[in-house]
Design a protein around this ligand. Structure first.
Ligand code: NAD
Length: 492
């Protein structure tokens, strides 16, 4: 079995405890790697190293342009290693190679984009209302950033944080999910190869309550950027508030995918299936509530069920597999338990409804693509995030009703609208409370476009030009160019 150690100060090292834990392959259900089990003392070591790298040494002395060049060099190395890294991710999280490979091939764009942005962070000269002073602003990096990531798309979600944090000049300690640590540990070797100085990026693997919380409460960490469950995000936000740390949270969703009577149904049905069954529903932007207008409801249900029925399940490494396993045993149990919840609440099962026992699923943790109809929006299955291949279909009559149902949930991450009426497209994009609205498409993301949540789906934004400001703070500098010092007892 392959072993993965911690990565601190540019080298692999053992954890203080000397303990290891398994990483399992969700398709075989068997362990394939051993990961070092970090603890509080490893976190302290990594944060001290990152703090030193931030305060002094080669990283601090690099010009922003030179930082940008390192990010661009890293982009080239990721492109060269995309297949290898994608394969490791599949072994760890069981998602389709096709999906992980596409993500890996796209990631260099983030490093090129933020690499290009590194030397375009500018302060301002402020046209003051007081004579005899020159006032300007500096935009400075926050310091040590703790990056905490989930298991569903480890390197992509890491990249959304790492690229702007490094472009801003911060240093970083990463804590990957205990279920999918391997790709992050392989990835950081590319940083060394690209020429990043030791200590700028460090990785401490382990569990949330050991490594994660130690990072969140470490006094030298200035920002926590987290992607994961809303319950964890809430805890992190509360802990961080005690030390006035900056926090960025990308949390869960219960996204509405809304099909109106006037939609192109071929596209809408495709979008509905892609919204919930791609990535086995293990995506924060899963379109898990399918709102369908009464006039096309029955036809849409029949066509979505028919298309979902054709989904090929099996080995995620095979090019023709469409639905892979659930990534972790606890998540597998959670998805199955929600199927039970929906049935107990009186939803009608239109497809699936349990563990997949198809021969091609082997001993992996597979759940059949599952569709419930007759769902009311106040049911738990419509309000709580399942994070699996379970779709709730909700019927509506009018546009106002669709908006009310779409917004009547504590999350607000993504939303889909399927319509051929341009006026309705704009109206809906304005009325839906969510960080992203897709019209006649679903599940599209780009390094250029801001991503984040309304309401309980998170704080802050990733991607796009403003994401770098999440890792900066502004300093105002006053130079006296000739103003009298005056009365010491009044405000200047
Ligand atoms: P999780 O919250 O259980 O774990 C995420 C990370 O937090 C892991 O590294 C974990 O070890 C760590 N962690 C756990 N407890 C911690 C604590 N007390 N302090 C600090 N760190 C702690 O989430 P998960 O199960 O890995 O991921 C699934 C969740 O992530 C879903 O809710 C999903 O919606 C969300 N998600 C959100 C986005 C987004 O961008 N909004 C993207 C992907 C996934």
């Amino acid at each position: 079995m392959q072993r993965y150690s911690l990565y601190i100060d540019g080298t692999q090292c053992d954890s203080a405890s000397g303990q290891w834990f398994h990483s399992d392959n969700p398709f075989t259900g068997k362990p394939w790697a051993e990961i070092a089990r970090g603890n509080e003392s490893d976190v302290d070591r990594a944060v001290q190293v990152a703090h030193r790298a931030f305060r002094s040494g080669p990283w601090k002395d690099l010009t922003p342009s030179a930082r940008g060049q390192l990010l661009c060099r890293l982009a080239d190395l990721i492109a060269e290693n995309a297949s290898r890294l994608a394969e490791i991710e599949v072994r760890d999280n069981g998602k389709l190679f096709a999906e992980m490979h596409a993500q890996l091939q796209y990631l260099p764009q983030w490093y090129r984009y933020y690499g290009g942005l590194a030397d375009k962070v500018q302060g301002a000269v402020i046209p003051l209302d007081k004579k005899g002073y020159f006032n300007f602003t500096r935009r400075e990096p926050l310091g040590v950033v703790a990056v905490i990531t989930p298991w569903n798309s480890p390197l992509m979600l890491l990249t959304w944080k790492l690229a702007p944090a490094l472009a801003a000049g911060c240093t970083v300690v990463i804590k990957p999910s205990e279920f999918t640590s391997a790709s992050t540990l392989e990835f950081v070797e590319l940083l060394s190869a690209a020429g990043f100085p030791p200590g700028v990026v460090n990785v401490v693997t382990g569990f949330g309550n050991e490594v994660g919380s130690a990072l969140v409460t470490h006094p030298l960490v200035r920002k926590i950027t987290f992607t994961g469950a809303d319950s964890t995000g809430r805890k992190i936000n509360e802990q961080a508030a005690r030390d006035f740390k900056h926090v960025g949270l990308e949390l869960g969703g219960k996204s509405p995918n809304i099909i109106f009577d006037d939609a192109n149904l071929d596209d809408a049905v495709n979008g509905a299936v892609s919204g919930i069954f791609a990535a086995t529903g293990q995506t924060c932007i899963a379109g898990s509530r399918l709102l369908v207008q009464a006039g096309v409801h029955d036809e849409v249900v029949q066509r979505v069920v028919a298309l979902a029925k054709t989904a090929r399940m099996g080995d995620p490494m095979h090019a023709d597999t469409q639905v892979g396993p659930i990534t972790t045993p606890p998540q597998y149990e959670k998805v199955l338990s929600y199927i039970g919840v929906a049935q107990a609440e009186g939803a009608s099962l239109a497809l699936g409804g349990g563990a997949a026992t198809r021969a091609e699923c082997g001993s992996g943790w597979f759940v059949e693509p599952t569709i419930f109809t007759g769902v009311r929006n106040d049911m738990r299955i419509a309000q709580e995030e399942v994070f699996g291949p379970v779709l709730s279909v909700i019927r509506f009559q009018t546009e106002d009703e669709a908006v009310a149902i779409a917004n009547d949930v504590r999350f607000g991450l993504g939303a889909g609208v399927w319509t051929s009426d341009i006026g309705r497209a704009f109206r809906m994009s304005e009325r839906i409370e969510s960080g992203t609205v897709w019209v006649n498409t679903y599940r599209a993301v780009s390094y250029l476009s801001p991503f984040g949540g309304y309401k309980d789906s998170g704080l802050g934004r990733e991607n796009g030009i403003d994401a770098i400001t999440e890792y900066l703070q502004t300093k105002s500098v006053w130079i006296n160019t000739g103003a009298p010092t005056g009365n010491p007892f009044v405000l200047r």
